[in-house]
Design a protein around this ligand. Sequence first.
Ligand SMILES: [Ca+2]
Ligand SMILES: [Ca+2]
Length: 491
Amino acid sequence: MDIQRRKLLKGAVGTATAATLAGCAGIESSGSSIRKPNFLFLSLDDCNDWLGFLGGNPDTRTPNLDKLAARSTIFDRAYCSAPGCNQSRASLMTGRNPASTGVYGNRQPFRMSPLAKDALTLPQLLKANGYYTEGAGKIFHNKFPDPPSWDNFFPDRDTQFLPRVPPPRETTGPRDAKGKILGELEWGSYQGKLDRTRDWVSIAHTRAAFARGLQEPFFFACGINLPHVPWFVPAKYMEMFAPDRITLPQVLDGDEDDLPALGKKAFNRMRVPNKALHDQHLVREAVAAYLASIASVDVMVGHVLEALAASPYADNTVIVVWSDHGYHLGEKTNWSKFTLWEEATRVPFLIHDPRRPAARVAAPVSLVDIYPTIAAMAGVAPPPGLDGRSLVPLLDTPALDWNDPVITTNYRANHGVRDRDWRYIRYSDGGEELYDHRGDPMEWRNLANDPQYRSIIERLAQKLPAFDAPDAPEVEWPEDNPALIAALEAE
Ligand SMILES: [Ca+2]
Ligand SMILES: [Ca+2]
């Protein structure tokens, strides 16, 4: 925020204390009462930096997100605290890192962790402070809903999960000799009705909620499942990307040669599907299908933004967009997440505050910072013990000198530390990697064994957690709720 606006706001609120307390966003005076901002919390799933405003792929088509970004604060170096759905979302929603809670994997509900079972989630905190909280779609990991977080959730508070998109008659993906899909990569043109797909059901619910009206102040969360696999989207999106004309990610022969043992393991974890993709000449189709999925997500986001714009809330609603982690499209032999490299850890993250000018922030930030940031914007004191820090100072002063490294954890005791220019990785067996992003954005040259960089490693290693919490209990995946699926299909 510029100084002129800060002065105006200070005048409007009447006291410096009120402005400071609220981090100024969305707070204004109306007599003696303060109008708190609403929040529209929009999440994407497995979406890397292939959005127009982040420049990760020149062919991507995201006009709605780009338009929103052009009136938002964009965090150019935003990182997840864990490159997997459940662990990232649990961290974001509780404001605590995996090393603090022991929630490192997809089968560890945070409510079963002895260190997080009593966590006050972000929506719970807001709810306890006068906010109405509602959500739809995938916010927490889809199989582990958190009823105490919500006043209302679609389809209901106890069953966050919506059924998977029915597969098209013909699908494509890397297959084994028997024709079975290898791994999870699968795509195809969805021909069914859009209103039968979980994302469009959530979008329709969100639109209806804005149209019918919401109790203010509100925290409304809409979680989109795409571009998570399977990439089943209508043909019109597939047709936007000609496989033979799109830009493929860069890969380097021999990239794995300078990796430590656990780095090599991460590098090769998808060796089989990767080889099948190349042997079957499907690489371009796979990349095109991911782009198509992102294009469809952009249209969904457009619908939600249109509904907000048409509502009475637009001028007092802060929009927060994030993805739970990134995604590899063949870089380092990976077609997934679950690595500590840039592709899996960098995420889209922006905050649109109608009262702030557009800005770009180069400082490294983490999704774990979202909790204290929203709490500050809402003028609510967060609970003690959070691992992130409020980004309101960066919203106020985007060029602020702020280079506090952020941490990403991929299963217990494997950490990546990222500051503005460097990424340092330390695996549980002591193996190390160091990359200089000023000249090596693809993380090809591991500098960890070069003594001249030791002081940089030592500086970044100070951010490693002093304590790696033991693994939280794992559960079997709960079955889909058959009654709910039947009810939705009957609608
Ligand atoms: Ca995910
Ligand atoms: Ca390398």
